[in-house]
Write a protein that binds this ligand. Sequence first.
Ligand SMILES: [Zn+2]
Length: 295
Amino acid sequence: MNNALRIAVVLVFFSLTAAASVRVASVRTIPRSIPAHTASEKIHTPTTTQAIVRGRLRVLHDPSVAAQERFVRVPVLMYHYIRPILPHMTTSSRWLSVSPKHFRAQMEELVRFGYHTITPDDLADAVAGTRALPSQPVLLTFDDGYRDQYDVALPILKANGLSATFFVVSDYSHIPSYLTNDQIRELDRSGLITIAAHTRHHVGLVDVSPSARRDEIFGSKKTLEEIVGHPISAFAYPYGNFNEEVKKLVKEAGYRTAFSTRLGSIHTSSSLFEARRIRVLDDEHLEPILRKFGR
Ligand SMILES: [Zn+2]
């Protein structure tokens, strides 16, 4: 079996036999059909993840990954709010929310099945071949810097000895539902949380002016570095919105990794600035997902 076939997770397509059993709506959600610059958080639906886990979607290699390239397979889980699921919530609000009860169960599941959390720098080092990863590695990420990540997620992570990366919107710290500067500093000093950037104002970076784009990418890094007192090395694109120009600026700013919202778990040196993730839903069990997308 050649290398291209072994690089097996990233792109998905419907097999002839599975097509009939999957809702047509989810066909439009497959990243392959969407140019990277229009990729948004809406594209990567839980339907796709679960269809892969259940074997209803076939998985192909990613043609953007060269056959000879070194790769590591690390599931990067994507969370937003850790808050109760309420009846009036829209579908998209539900997709951004995991209840505290289920989040606790998911973290306990990680420990029970022997998964080990790593940081974005660990991932970059592993891709470069300069660091060995622990067995069953997983990278936990939380976007937007919501207050509940401090109030609810942090104690649960601590109780389970798990580390995570928080992508913080640097200029939202005065808004009540977001992390304050003091909380960002405390998270950083906990030794468990990697503080990372997510622009200054949560803008779609493809859609703003060149000067605003630069300011959002460079400015959020600088602001967060002033808060925590050391370099910030990881970035996530708001709405998963990026193109080659955006990637170039993120590299120029000095980040080592940048995370998208596209689905997958294979990482190479050429994909570290569009690293793929897996959105986690409230009622999902992690072990079947990690088994499918992990080693
Ligand atoms: Zn975001």
